[in-house]
Design a protein around this ligand. Structure first.
Ligand code: MG
Length: 248
């Protein structure tokens, strides 16, 4: 077997995050404590918009409006490596989101190269999807991290191949012209454990840069799922809007 090149587990040459001693993706930032989650997860309530019920991708499309090319099989969708990110046709803003995912049962790769995908609220704020079970990577890029900004409070990962859940409450940022009025806030539960409690984001998430709110963006956008070239699976995706933008 060809020797696999190890993916980096962090960096020591990236910008410092404000208010602490850690750099973006800091190689030395402490790892989240490992906790074993409870057994079951949530079904859609009656007022939710069901974005994926296991049967079709009719609510989804490619980023350029093309057909979503992810595979559907056995009640789940699977990222087809190289097919690109997919996103909802509908835009959402402040919301409650439930989504389930499973990283490949067969472990391939390491650090950021293992079971990587992502859930992007309004297409801008990534809650990392990764196989973070006994897989060291930079803490602010592990499973359920607000990518490049905040590690989860605990590592609640199930083993590779097992279904896991995110329940996310998202509050979109508000701008007045180019000026930020209020940041994005994220509350995230991973397998039922709270990992972010109304955490203010530093800005739209990115790779190796310090996030900021310099570029104003609207309060709504599509929910996007990342093709990070790992065949990660999703199922049971539903969302509840928390703000009526027609009235706001
Ligand atoms: Mg990702």
């Amino acid at each position: 077997m060809a020797e696999q090149k190890k993916a980096p587990v962090g960096y020591d040459d990236t910008p410092f995050l404000p208010g602490n001693q850690w750099r973006v993706h800091d190689i030395n930032r402490p790892q989240p404590r490992v906790v074993t989650p409870g057994a079951s997860v949530g079904d859609a309530p009656s007022d939710a918009v069901v974005l994926f019920d296991g049967t079709d991708l009719s609510k989804w499309q490619g980023r350029d409006g093309s057909e979503a090319e992810w595979k559907i099989e056995g009640g789940y969708m699977e990222a087809m490596p190289g097919s690109g990110n997919i996103q909802t046709k509908e835009a959402f803003g402040d919301c409650q989101l439930h989504i389930e995912f499973a990283c490949p049962a067969e472990v391939v790769g390491d650090s950021q190269g293992r079971g990587n995908s992502g859930v992007f609220l309004i297409g801008e704020y990534e809650i990392q999807v990764l196989d973070g079970y006994n897989n060291r990577t930079y803490a602010d890029g592990t499973t359920s991290a607000i990518y490049g900004e905040y590690p989860p409070r605990v590592n609640a990962c199930r083993p590779p191949g097992e279904w896991q859940s995110y329940d996310i409450v998202f509050e979109a940022p508000r701008y007045d012209g180019d000026g930020l009025v209020s940041p994005a806030y994220l509350t995230v539960l991973h397998n039922g454990l709270i990992v972010h409690n109304r955490q203010a984001a530093l800005g739209p998430t990115g790779h190796k840069n310090l996030a900021n709110y310099d570029e104003a963006h609207g309060p709504t956008g599509p929910l996007m799922l990342q093709d990070h070239k790992n065949p990660t699976r999703f199922r049971n995706i539903w969302i509840r809007a928390l703000t009526d933008y027609d009235e706001a």
